[in-house]
Design a binder for this molecule. Structure first.
Ligand code: FAD
Length: 528
């Protein structure tokens, strides 16, 4: 078997790299260890037939501005999404809620019920990050991260400086800087934690990019897996293959150049032009031979921080969607897509993450969820619904990760009881069945999400921007000629946006001087 290029891992990033390069005329093989494609874009029926559960990613953010959809014409290959008009809501125990809409005025009206000042701040932030600077944020996302001095130079205008000033903050202080009301602060700290990880100094830099997506949460029609199916069709239409059930154990390097991969069963697949790894960075180093990488890179791989928290998801099959008590306070609560609950104030948010760090089942369970079938009927059989809630939780819980397995029924009950505080109908004949997907299950299904690492490596400043995975591996390139990194643990990776795969495709296209049938996203610049 011989190809122009091999991509390791058929998650959405690997398939993105493959799809772009197949379009540029290369013959590509994507090699996947599991018998199914998709990695963290998975949809399965684990409760009852027809109840489709997105086991990993559910909320695809900012799809409307993604270059992938446009360049690869993914709609022609079967991918589409819904962007619900009522985007987010946070419900509180006293029956109140805050609701974020696609419509700015409606969001401000909801926020103003708690704080007029916060509503005005939200309006200003919206104009800045969701409108004026949105193209810049897209450029930052879909270009390789820059070294700090270059970034400062490129963003030397007043608003560019203001954007970069968020790096002085941790998550809580950045939210406190912008908002005054405790409920609204609670919503935004929870929202930030969903995307990023630990509340450490410097993590505030993610605020602008996260805020920019606050009203662009989308639901993939037919399931999260529909994205990777569409990408696979693009690869195959370009003459490439996606080979499943094939675990790569070694990246073959000859005379300093990556020449192919060796599978677990000993088969060799040759690559004439490149090998791109879309799995995690520490494993990739081991496969290619750690000695080929400089010592600081090897050290970073050894101390890679997978994160202090993961997610535990309770999926439910229901007759009727969850009925949130807060709908009496604001009827739009019942139409909201991404729903947060469990936390009343910032101290409770902090206590949840402290418990996760201490590897305890959190006393304050908090997180977000959705009822997908309320927006896309293909998620459940007619006359019924699927809903989930994924509170934050540690990988190793109350003594070890195996506890998730040993006490599955108990954890299921505890999470359901907590959910019932907010929703009134999760019992009796409305509840058709449930399935708990634990941090241990995350790792079992997706080996590169080690320790249940949702982002394949925590979002902490030492693992963000040019530091993801290491400044000595800029723009997906490695010291091994023809070997690239294009997965979630490399630059801008860690969510379903294809950025890491896209950046790798562009680096490979540059190095091979390929004629691109797409126009790359322009480099970031903000000088006025
Ligand atoms: C519970 C949960 C909820 C999430 N929710 C969201 C969300 O709502 N929105 C969002 O944007 N993101 C979310 N994420 C994160 C998202 O799932 C990941 O960021 C994304 O799927 C990563 O894509 P990827 O292509 O980089 O890697 P992956 O999807 O992990 O793909 C890597 C692939 O490589 C394969 N592989 C590993 N080792 C080998 C090997 N040796 N040989 C061959 N193949 C190999 C794996 O089997 C896997 O298929 C969530 C994750 C979890 C766990």
């Amino acid at each position: 078997m011989h190809y122009d290029g091999i991509v390791i891992g058929a998650g959405h990033n690997g398939l993105t790299t493959a799809a772009y390069l197949a379009r540029a005329g290369l013959k590509i093989a994507v090699v996947e260890r599991n018998h199914r494609i998709g990695g963290g874009c998975s949809t399965e029926e684990r409760i009852l037939p027809g109840h489709r559960l997105n086991l990993h990613a559910n909320f695809y953010m900012g799809m409307g501005l993604s270059p992938l959809l446009r360049d690869l014409e993914l709609h022609r290959y079967g991918f589409s999404y819904i962007e619900p008009p009522v985007q987010q809501a946070a419900a509180f125990r006293d029956g109140t809620c805050v609701v974020i809409h696609k419509d700015l005025d409606k969001s401000c009206a909801s926020l103003a019920r708690f704080s007029k000042q916060d509503a005005e701040t939200f309006r200003d932030l919206w104009h800045t990050y969701c409108e004026e600077m949105r193209p810049l944020l897209v450029s930052l996302m879909y270009n390789a991260p820059l070294p700090r001095d270059q970034l400062i130079d490129r963003l030397s205008g007043a608003k560019g400086k203001e954007l970069l000033s968020h790096a002085q903050h941790d998550l809580f202080s950045v939210v406190r800087k912008h908002f005054v009301d405790e409920r609204i602060r609670t919503l935004f700290t929870s929202y930030m934690h969903v995307i990023t990880t630990e509340n450490v100094p410097g993590a505030g830099i993610v605020f602008p990019a996260i805020f920019a997506n606050i009203a662009s949460f989308t639901l993939p029609v037919g399931g999260a897996v529909s994205l990777v199916h569409a990408l696979t069709r693009v690869v195959e239409a370009g003459g490439g293959d996606v080979i499943t059930g094939a675990e790569v154990r070694e990246i073959k390097v000859e005379n300093g150049r990556a020449t192919g991969v060796v599978l677990d069963d000993g088969r060799f697949i040759g690559a004439g032009k490149f090998v791109s790894s879309a799995i995690d960075f520490p494993t990739t180093l081991g496969m290619a031979g750690e000695e080929r990488f400089p010592e600081p890179v090897r050290e970073k791989a050894k101390s890679w921080h997978w994160g202090n928290h993961s997610l535990v998801t309770l999926h439910l099959a229901l007759k009727r969607p969850p009925e949130y008590r807060a709908s009496a306070f604001d009827p739009d609560m019942a139409r909201a897509y991404n729903i947060f609950f469990g936390m009343e104030n910032i101290d409770e948010v902090a206590s949840c993450f402290d418990d996760c760090k201490a590897q305890k089942f959190p006393k304050v369970l908090m997180g977000n969820g959705a009822c997908n079938s309320a927006f896309d009927p293909t998620y459940a059989p007619s006359g019924s619904h699927t809903a989930f809630w994924w509170p934050f939780a540690p990988y190793s819980v109350d003594g070890g990760p195996q506890e998730w397995e040993s006490n599955r029924a108990d954890y299921t009950q505890r999470i359901l009881d907590y959910w019932r505080v907010y929703a009134s109908n999760l019992d009796g004949d409305n509840l058709l069945g449930s399935y708990l997907f634990t941090p241990l299950d995350v790792e079992k299904l997706n080996v590169n999400m080690r320790q249940g690492a949702v982002r394949m490596g925590a979002y902490v400043p030492d693992q963000l921007g040019i530091n993801r995975p290491h400044p000595l591996l800029p723009g997906s390139r490695t010291p091994v000629e023809g070997l690239y990194l294009g997965g979630s643990s490399s630059g801008n990776g860690g969510g379903v946006n294809g950025a890491a795969g896209y950046i790798a495709a562009n680096a490979i296209a540059d190095d091979l001087r390929l004629k691109r049938p797409w126009t790359p996203v322009p480099p970031p610049e903000w000088k006025h």
